[in-house]
Design a binder for this molecule. Sequence first.
Ligand code: S3P
Length: 419
Amino acid sequence: MAGTLSLPGDKSISHRAAIISALARGETRIANYATSADCASTLACLAALGIGIRREGDSLAITGGQLQKADGFLDCGNSGTTMRLLAGVLAGQGFESVLDGDDSLRGRPMGRVIRPLEAMGAEIGSREGRAPLTIQGNRRLTAIDYEPETASAQLKSCIMLAGLFADGCTTVLERTPTRDHTERMLIWFGAEISQATERDGTLIGIRGGQDLQANDLAVPGDISSAAFFVVAAGLLEGSDLTLPGVGLNPTRTAVLDVLRSAGISVSIENVETVCNEPVGTIRVRGERIGGAGPIHLSGKVIANLIDELPVLAVAGTQIDGGLEVRDAGELRVKESDRIAAVTENLRRMGADVEQFADGFTVRRSKLQGARVDAFGDHRIAMAFAVAGLLAEGETAIDGADCAAVSYPGFYDALASVAE
Ligand code: S3P
């Protein structure tokens, strides 16, 4: 695997750029907005809420303003981030909205956002804590001091966005750090966010009624998409792959540390801050430079690499001593049950793998090409494309098209650098 590959814009940052520019005064131009189907769902919802969105060359221009009641329901597609972040915004509007999505999204837990938003004064109907969500907004929410029940950036962001529409200062006590793109993006748009380190974690504060100002920005390449290439190139001998312009926010880079500890040669060059996010070049070479397993991942680091665990499971088959993941029960409520999905697919490929309620163990194994299933989950599809490259013989992935949820063009990009 060799060459240089530019990755599509970061999905998490793109969602936030679109939603926050919709709330800001003026027009924001966003360069390198994610091409993912999930981020298109966010744009479609914002357009249905009356926000002006135009394409301008390679950029997107979004004119912020007062949201208006949508005519029908808001379709979040497969995107949990769209649903949970918009729930926070819509809780603070003076009208009713209905958020819905595909079967996978309808199966995911929403009680975690419903409970705090109701405590702030919104009324939310659901199907036993699942979508569709009918949100009766309230223009004067009440600020709360909130301690999330789950380490989740989506949940934290939902409450922070609702906090913009609350009387007083809303606080979130985060005991386990999760991606901080919402904090950085709000600051980019002129908001004041307090972040204090406490004994128990970080206390984030946001005052209601703040004015946000449009501010053009460029979205960095998606490190979660980069991870598939870093694993593949790092494990295929003789590779030399360069990935420029990738987001290197420290709340997202644990995957690189894990791969380094497995002896994979990953280096970072040209780091700079772009629009309040660190961005740089990742270079990965297919040469093992010491380091060996077993690798145990548990506790606070899990939130920092939650989306990379499927491809790390695949990497685990090539690491001396294998890989064990614990405290990752959240994987069971992602776009698929990712613990069950990686276990099933790795077994089909002949790997020695065991699952637990909150994780899995993968032992070093030779992979054999097999017919596997994407289980309707983009990250499972892409992880097993990488597994297919590492295996002997041919691998076929049923439902592989769902990769477009985060990375349209993924298979072409993989083919373009695979030798
Ligand atoms: C995301 C947060 C994570 C992650 C998801 C994107 C975000 O979910 O898995 O792909 O953009 O905030 P949780 O917050 O539910 O852990």
